[in-house]
Design a protein around this ligand. Structure first.
Ligand code: DC
Length: 220
């Protein structure tokens, strides 16, 4: 019998990369919920609405049809926006729209429907606290600000973006502050979470630890 695995954690803690690999090893489906908040932010920016205005952003929600494909590509209203949603501007805007309760309500319902069956690895900020509080394996990934900023720097550089380490560090701290201090579903460690500090761990070590934990739960 399959289980669900929820992975929460702050910006650039490696959640999506690790969740994807865990899903591959277990033959599960990976859902990157952050990509959904990014889609809303990107589409709001495209529609030239004020991203700080909840009523304007939420008015767009019924017209957004987000698809997360198994190859990792993200589609919204028939358009592939996989690379567009990873820009610096969209990252910051996603953190703003993610604080709106109307946006969260809409996306949480979609996420809960996606993972109705077992066999999902879902990553985000509120997976184990709100979206899938009954997930059998709950993980909270964290890492020092220095290692998270360094990882994001290398990642963006590899994507050909012009980057500055101090700006990245500042952005991460601002987004973390927004995500941890918003009123609706702030990022926090769920009661049943296994906290893993990845500062001095390789991706493979973290993946192995989560797969081992998942197998232990599975065999209980
Ligand atoms: O994980 P990410 O950086 O792609 O997420 C983008 C933004 O969306 C981030 O600021 C936090 C927010 N988010 C959220 O509030 N809840 C989730 N389940 C996933 C992401």
């Amino acid at each position: 019998m399959k289980i669900n695995i929820g992975i929460d954690g702050p910006v650039a803690s490696g959640k999506s990369t690790i969740a994807k690999k865990v899903a591959q090893q277990l033959g599960y489906i990976h859902i990157d919920t952050g990509a959904m908040y990014r889609c809303v932010a990107y589409m709001a920016m495209q529609a030239k609405v004020d991203i700080h205005n909840e009523a304007q952003v939420s008015a767009l929600l019924p017209s957004l049809h987000i698809k997360l494909h198994s190859n990792g590509s993200i589609e919204c209203n028939g358009r592939d926006i996989t690379s567009q949603i990873r820009s610096h501007e969209v990252s910051n805007a996603a953190s703003v729209v993610a604080a709106f309760s109307s946006v969260r309500k809409n996306l949480v319902i979609q996420q809960q429907k996606m993972a109705q069956e077992k066999g999902y690895v879902m990553d985000g900020r509120d997976i184990n606290t709100v979206v899938l509080p009954d997930s059998e394996c709950q993980i909270y990934l964290t890492a020092s600000i220095e290692s998270r900023a360094a990882r994001r720097y290398l990642d963006l550089q590899a994507r050909g973006q012009d980057v500055n380490l101090d700006i990245i560090k500042h952005d991460i701290q601002t987004r973390d502050y927004n995500d941890m201090n918003r009123l609706d579903s702030p990022l926090k460690v769920s009661q049943n979470a296994h906290v893993i500090d990845t500062s001095h761990m390789s991706i493979e070590e973290v993946v192995t630890q989560i797969v081992t934990l998942a197998k232990e739960v599975h065999n209980d």
